[in-house]
Each structure stands twice: as C-alpha cells, then as structure tokens.
Design a protein around this ligand. Sequence first.
Ligand code: CP
Ligand code: NVA
Length: 313
Amino acid sequence: MKGKDLLSISDLSSEDVFSLISDAVDAKAGGWLSSLDRKVLALLFEKPSLRTRVSFEVAMHELGGQAIYLSPAEVGLGERESVPDVARVLGRYVDAIAARTFSHQTLEVLASNSGVPVINALSDLEHPCQALADLLTIYEKKGELTGLTLAYVGDGNNVANSLLLAATLTGVNFRIASPAGYIVQEKILNLAQEYAADCGAEIFCTEEPRLAVSGADIVYTDVWTSMGQEAETEKRRQVFANYQVNSELLSLAREDAILMHPLPAHRGEEVSSDVLDSAQSVVFDQAENRLHLQKVLLAQVLGGLARPAAAYR
Ligand code: CP
Ligand code: NVA
C-alpha cells in the first residue's frame, strides 16, 4: 500500500484488509514497531471531529512523525483557495494528507493533484478508517470474521457504505434495515454483491429492523442525521422513528451479540442510552481501535519500518 491513496474500501483487496487487521492486532499487543521519523501528515478537515483527529495525531506522534491539523476556517477549501491549488501546495510540504470533506469528489481532486497519498478521514460517501477499525474490533471480540452476521440498522450513509464493502470483502454476512429512500448507494451495493459472491457472504436488504437483527452476531447503528444534513434533522427523526436500537430490538440478536456505533451517538435517537451503556456495547473499544488501525495504515502507506518487536530485543 506504500504511496497509495485510501479513498474507499474498494481501494483495498481482501488480503490488504486481513493484513491490516492482523498487523493492528500485533501493534496493539506491543509486538510490532515502526518508525515514521520526520514524516508529516496534514489533517485537512471541513467538518468537526474528535476521534479521527485525535487518533491520527496520536498515531503520528507514537510513530515518531508529526501531524498538522488544518481547520475548516484556516484553509477555506474551495473558497479562499481552489481545491487543486491547496492540494498542490500541501504536497510540497507534507508526506500524506488525511482529509475530511463534505463531497467525496473533493477527496478525489485532492488525490489527483497533491502528489502524496490521500486518506479519506470521512466524506459524504465513505468512512473507510472507521470500517477497518470496526473489523478489528469485531475480530477481537469474536475471534473470527468470515461467517459472522452483522445487522446494520438505520441510515444507509457513509459509515454503512464502507462497512458493507469491508464486511463483504472479509466474508461477513451483511444485513441492512433502512427506510425507503435512505438505503446504501447502488454502486456500492453492486460492488459488495461481487465481493460477497467471491467469498460466499450474503447481503440482505430490508425495511424491517427486526428481520435484520434476528439472530445477528453484531448489531450496528449510526446517527440518523450526519454532519452536513442538519437542516433535515426533524424530517429524519420522523422517517427513522422505528429504527432505534433499544433493548427490545437488541434482544432479538444472539445472546452474545455485540452492539457497535462509530460515535458520536445521539442518545435517545438511533440508540437508547441503556443499550449504549450496556455490557453488550463495544463502542469505546471501537473508538480506541481507530488509533491502532490507523498506526498500521500510516506505516504501510508512508513506508515506515515495520518489524516484529522481537527483532529489536
Ligand atoms: N467516528 C468518528 O469518525 O468520530 P469523529 O467524527 O469524532 O472523528
Ligand atoms: N455518519 C456520520 C458519521 C460520523 C463519524 C456523519 O457523517 O456525520
């Protein structure tokens, strides 16, 4: 993956995903070392962030490199300066760019003009770093990926799109319950069907949350109103009213099912507080795993030394 962009999960092969997860397991256990000495990552963000910003900054710090955070107000992407010009300038200073944009096309323009690897830190289409960290969390909790069944309840948004691709690349059956008009992107679904056919996974789309959750190993939800959609908040509350993950819905999943959410959560909307705080919830492990997964991703993309810790003993 050295020197490559990560704009979509579809930029990765199944082998890439399994290798990232296995390296992240080792890195988290302290059995893996890397150096990004003198490497610099720009964090170019058009939207707010807690997890993504901090996990990328800490990852670069722990790998011996540095991150520079550029807030929406500072850069004025596409307003103060055109996106291609911002990309050309940043590419002269930094070794990679992690960008959070409203439009996925902005990421593509950054990637084609910067001359350095661009990592999608969330766009309107995908959130690949979240999906990869989520697979790491599922693997840690369940000890396997292939053959498990994940039920996603709610908006067919950026998080759902990336999760659908990542799950089907690794043989996880994917069920999704979304209201009509709020389903995952058709081109993503078509691609996921191909991935699923290759590894024997199944995809099931429904409008009925109970059908999706019944007997699932993993129940996953995300906000009904994503960043940038705030004007639709009231309408979305009505459309998604029957899609809350609460104790009654979760009880239909397997007894050992885990509850996942990328955070931030809108407690009392897409997920009830009791469920989010329950023993089945792994949401803070998910948040932590953003750091471990992204360290490995940065090391692979930026070509840092990666050796088993034992080699240094
Ligand atoms: N899950 C996630 O990406 O969180 P932030 O928006 O806080 O970065
Ligand atoms: N779907 C959410 C995810 C936030 C991490 C959003 O785009 O706001």
